[in-house]
Design a protein around this ligand. Structure first.
Ligand SMILES: [Zn+2]
Length: 92
């Protein structure tokens, strides 16, 4: 079973390319801590902390589609995420 991890996003390059020596060759445009996208469906992720599995960020819909992952979320955290998603949908 894949382990669900939690991530507090920070400003970072959208991607980093390295050569075989591990030196940075190219960095993508900067993403802010507000810009987090689902690696499965590309949706905007308003959840904090962000659910991550195997290095991929997940939106709430994609997370809920995986019973193994959903089972690792406490009811309190799930409620918080539901609230965050609802607040986000009211603003947009
Ligand atoms: Zn998704």
């Amino acid at each position: 079973m894949d382990k669900l991890e939690l991530w507090m996003p920070v400003s970072r390059p959208s991607y980093i390319l390295m050569d075989e020596n591990g030196s940075v060759v190219e960095e993508g445009p900067e993403l802010t801590d507000k810009e987090v996208y689902c690696d499965f469906c590309n949706a905007d992720i308003p959840l904090r902390p962000v659910p991550v599995v195997c290095g991929s960020a997940l939106c709430l819909d994609c997370l809920k589609a995986e019973p193994d992952l959903k089972a690792q979320v406490t009811p309190t955290l799930m409620r918080l995420w539901e609230q965050q998603r609802e607040e986000k949908s009211r603003i947009v």
